[in-house]
Design a protein around this ligand. Structure first.
Ligand SMILES: *Cc1c(COP(=O)(O)O)cnc(C)c1O
Length: 394
């Protein structure tokens, strides 16, 4: 299959062909079962084939698929009001992906200042190691040269500063600054949690300078870190937030949440999406919230995080030549490898377990939030076998 493919060559795919999923397991065409701690890059928040999601999607599929945003949208209103009731936000715009959620966040921030009579304020301060998506604006926001190279002039208005450097943030603020955009936990960048103290300082800086705080919780949101949203750990709220991944549980959609004030520039005709907030997506999003907002769900995530984290730390103690560090929060965890992380991921895959690569030589471990303690112990045993094989081969 690897040679002549009708697909773009822009992905380097692992030679696995999956056909079915059940909870934390993926089953390949040849019948082999894989323990899925990649979860479609932190997307399958409730695992594969969750009965409530399957039932909901089937029922919606028999009623209505799509109407566009020409008409009122009861599914959007229901999901938006539940998001509003459980967050800082007053207003929600639905998108089809994470990158579009961040695009909307950027547009909302710029438009806010325009609306207030300051069209010159369109610069957004961003951080080293960030990832915000693959559109032309979000690659500029992420600032990773690998993703920018060859795609024409980099979209203007993004000022990158070193990760965690408050003085650099202050120095980067000018008359043209609209806001600050940050992931509370960098996912793609190497599972790097931002110090809660730093997030609180950014909130203060934004308040002092009339800037908007934009959070990218596309990966860290919807229960992934053990709170509904990761910024809750720092006790602050943003003005604007992009979400996606976990909210769809595998159905592709995202959302941009904002306070009434931050969204005040987004008047009729300023933004739109043909599919955004499609009835199928909204039905699934509401079903995901039924589960994630249910009694004890976040407590379960925190309990599982503890089990997993302790197990990983113990592996680090026993394999100091292989594991440099265990990082992350909740069930957004990572292990920084000594050898090239691709080798570790491959060795883990040979044990029929899936992890995801990230920056800084890290393997991300982002199981479905419904994972059980037994499944985590199974995962730890497989990682340990992989480490033994690597050690024996070295
Ligand atoms: C995945 C991700 C995105 C992009 O989401 P897509 O759905 O791939 O467009 C943006 N920001 C963060 C933090 C992500 O993890």
């Amino acid at each position: 299959m690897a040679e002549a493919t009708p697909l773009y060559d822009s992905y380097s795919r692992a030679p696995l062909r999956f056909e079915r999923g059940e909870g934390v397991w993926l089953i390949a065409e040849n019948g082999e079962r894989y323990l899925d701690f990649a979860a479609g890059v932190a997307v399958n928040s409730l695992g594969h084939s969750h009965p409530h999601l399957v039932e909901t999607l089937k029922a919606q599929a028999e009623k209505l698929w799509h109407t566009s945003n020409l008409y009122e949208a009861p599914g959007q209103e229901r999901l938006a009001s539940r998001l509003v009731a459980n967050t800082f936000a007053d207003k929600v715009f639905f998108t089809n992906s994470g990158a579009e959620a961040i695009e909307c966040a950027i547009k909302t921030a710029r438009r806010y200042h325009f609306h207030k009579g300051h069209p010159e304020k369109f610069h957004i301060i961003t951080f080293d190691g960030a990832f915000h998506g693959r559109t032309t604006a979000t690659i500029a926001a992420g600032g990773n040269e690998k993703y920018i190279e060859g795609f024409g002039p980099k979209a203007p208005g993004f000022d990158k500063v070193p990760f965690g450097d408050l003085d650099a943030v202050k120095a980067a603020i000018t008359e043209a600054t609209a806001g600050i955009l940050i992931e509370p936990v960098q996912g793609e960048g190497g599972v790097r949690p931002v110090d809660p103290e730093f997030l609180r300082a950014l909130r203060t800086i934004c308040d002092d300078h009339g800037l908007l705080l934009l959070l990218d919780e596309v990966q860290s949101g919807v229960g992934r870190t053990g709170r509904l949203f990761a910024h809750e750990w720092a006790g602050i709220t943003p003005d604007i937030m992009g979400i996606a991944k976990g909210i769809g549980g595998g159905f592709p959609f995202g959302a941009c949440l904002a306070t009434e004030e931050a969204a005040s520039g987004m008047v009729a005709g300023t933004h739109g999406s043909t599919y955004g907030g499609n009835p199928l997506a909204m039905a699934v999003g509401n079903a995901v919230l039924d589960v994630v907002l249910g009694d004890g769900f976040l407590e379960h995530v925190n309990d599982m995080s503890l089990v997993f984290r302790q197990g990983l730390e113990s592996l680090k103690d026993r394999y100091p030549d292989e594991i440099v560090e265990v990082r992350g929060q909740g069930l957004l965890l990572g292990i920084k490898a000594k050898r090239p992380v691709a080798d570790l991921i491959k060795a883990v895959r040979a044990e029929h377990m899936l992890g995801v690569g990230a920056g800084d030589n890290v393997m991300r471990l982002v199981p479905p939030l419904t994972v059980t303690a037994d499944e985590i112990r199974e995962g730890l045993a497989r990682i340990e076998r992989a480490l033994d094989h690597l050690k024996a081969a070295a």
